[in-house]
Design a protein around this ligand. Structure first.
Ligand code: F3S
Length: 82
């Protein structure tokens, strides 16, 4: 069970995360990724096995380590941007 959020400061819009985990990640008008299930707030607990598997793929595939995960809700500067 994990919370996740994208650091949009470092995302280079490579598109890997949305391909790996379309149920979690989407892209804004600038092609920056964000967690669409909670508006990139880091507050939605992901419990579904398939989603966690996809999240692992996305984590491994992000070239800039822009995807953060944690067992507690994650507080970010981007919170509430969406
Ligand atoms: Fe950005 Fe990493 Fe996704 S660079 S588009 S957060 S895979």
């Amino acid at each position: 069970k994990l919370y996740t959020v994208v650091n949009q400061e470092t995302c280079i819009s490579c598109g890997s995360c949305g391909a790996c985990a379309p149920d979690i990640f989407d892209y804004d008008g600038e092609r920056k990724a964000f967690v669409h299930i909670d508006g990139n707030r880091g507050t939605a607990l992901i419990e579904d096995e398939d989603m966690l598997f996809d999240l692992e793929d996305a984590l491994d595939g992000c070239p800039t380590d822009s995807i953060k995960t944690g067992v507690e809700p994650i507080v970010t500067a981007d919170a509430g941007s969406y």
